[in-house]
Design a protein around this ligand. Structure first.
Ligand code: MCU
Length: 415
């Protein structure tokens, strides 16, 4: 099955269309439409380079230095740097996240939320089913990307987002298939994951039009989760949708909580793990634009520690599995503990956690991660106090991540 990691496809049909000439530098101009549909760059930010000359960096790129070399020393500058990272992730890897369309309407009937979107003379509709606790609420809710594989606390609602309906993920030929592409055209740059993030944002748009007494959903207490491929999607949704308070990607592996650079190194070291080069031949999660970078990931001006960092200062809990090489546990541990440095710099290190344990099947939530999950849910969805200072792996001795080989920058205290 394509959902059993470890069984790497025998053909790795990664396009090898690396540019034959170095990209040329271009004047810098602001790029408001690619800084993230619902999180545009604050005013006063330096212009984001639209076509920067990429340069090789074998380290995980410094979160605290703009592409032009300017250091990030304040929280306000981080908001600008965040917009730059968002722009680069869209441009090189995920595809463009369209802004909120001109018309988004909908309604709730029973447990079914209907979303109607029109843009540029085209329209789509889709539905999401909601599972409610008993009672009147309003309840916190977990948006499930294709469902969830974490236990749902009985006092929390679940909003089921049918991500495959929005953008298909059957194989690498799925690009252009799904409702997102009916609206924006089959040649839109979006990979499936950014299209899913767009769809989740539209669900929240519609819920915002319904009084909480009717929707029974507390929109200040939204989480997103999903496992494996859908965990990759949960991370992207949390990164690009600031109305989500808590992001919980589960066993998302390479392309999610793993860093491309570290996964490449793992494969070079003989570990059978998924890399960028493999992943674009397997599925349509990324923009077709990404294909030209998968064999030169050191040239990317980001890695996935910076995808995760887009969630900051909101809460993020990485649920992971040390037992499956294909997921890249070393990559995930190194990538996400590095991401945590951004929360630390913002003075909120305990809003981002990692819980990584093995000895369980893929997407089978193990009971020895329950306390970590409950701490994050209790604090960020239920408003209780809980210790969320959690960076733990049961692979500490074999995980093999040597920070000095990956991090060549300092962590400032942003003022
Ligand atoms: C971890 O997510 C994926 C992985 O990227 C794929 O290579 C594998 O085929 O399937 C995993 C998955 O989604 O399993 C359900």
């Amino acid at each position: 099955s394509q959902c059993i990691p470890g069984a790497a496809p025998t053909t790795t049909a990664a396009p090898t269309t690396a540019p034959t000439t170095a990209p040329t530098s271009a004047p810098t101009t602001a790029l408001p439409t690619t800084t993230g549909g619902s999180a545009p760059a604050p005013s006063g930010c330096p212009a984001i380079p639209t076509n920067p000359t990429l340069r090789s960096n074998t380290f995980l790129p410094d979160p605290f230095t703009f592409f032009d070399g300017t250091k990030v020393t304040t929280k306000a500058q981080w908001d600008c740097r965040r917009a730059e990272i968002s722009s680069f992730l869209q441009k090189y890897e995920l595809g463009t996240l369209p802004p909120k369309p001109s018309s988004v309407t909908g309604s709730l009937s029973g447990n079914t939320l209907t979303v109607n979107v029109s843009e540029g003379g085209k329209s789509i509709s889709f539905t999401a089913s909601i599972t409610y606790p008993s009672g009147n609420g309003p309840f916190p809710a977990i948006i499930g990307v294709g469902g969830i594989s974490i236990p749902r606390p009985s006092n929390i609602a679940q909003i089921n987002f049918n991500n495959d309906d929005m953008a298909a993920q059957v194989n690498s030929g799925s690009h252009g298939t799904g409702k997102f592409f009916q609206l924006y055209g089959t040649s839109h740059s979006a990979g499936a994951m950014i299209a899913w993030a767009w769809g989740i944002s539209r669900i929240i748009d519609v819920l915002e039009t319904i009084p909480a007494a009717t929707s029974r959903i507390d929109l200040s207490k939204l989480a997103v989760s999903g496992c494996s491929r859908n965990g990759k999607g949960a991370l992207v949704a949390g990164a690009f949708e600031p109305r989500i308070a808590l992001t919980i990607p589960q066993e998302s592996g390479s392309g999610g909580a793993g860093c491309w650079r570290i996964s490449d190194k793992m494969l070079q070291n003989g570990i059978s793990t998924q890399t960028a080069s493999e992943i674009v031949g397997e599925n349509a999660w990324f923009s077709p634009n990404f294909n030209q970078y998968v064999n030169q990931v050191n040239n990317l001006p980001f890695d996935h520690h910076l995808l995760a960092a887009l969630v900051a200062p909101r809460a993020l809990l990485i649920i992971d599995n040390t037992g499956i090489d294909w997921l890249g546990p070393q990559s995930v541990w190194g990538c996400m503990t590095t991401a945590n440095k951004v929360w630390k710099a913002l003075g909120v290190g305990d809003l981002m956690g990692v819980s990584q344990v093995g000895n369980h099947n893929h997407c089978a939530f193990p009971s020895n991660e329950q306390a970590d999950l409950s701490a994050f849910i209790n604090r960020f969805l239920l408003g209780q106090s809980a210790n969320t200072n959690i960076l733990k792996t049961d692979g500490a001795n074999n995980v093999g991540f040597v920070e000095s080989q990956w991090v060549n920058w300092q962590v400032p205290t942003l003022t």
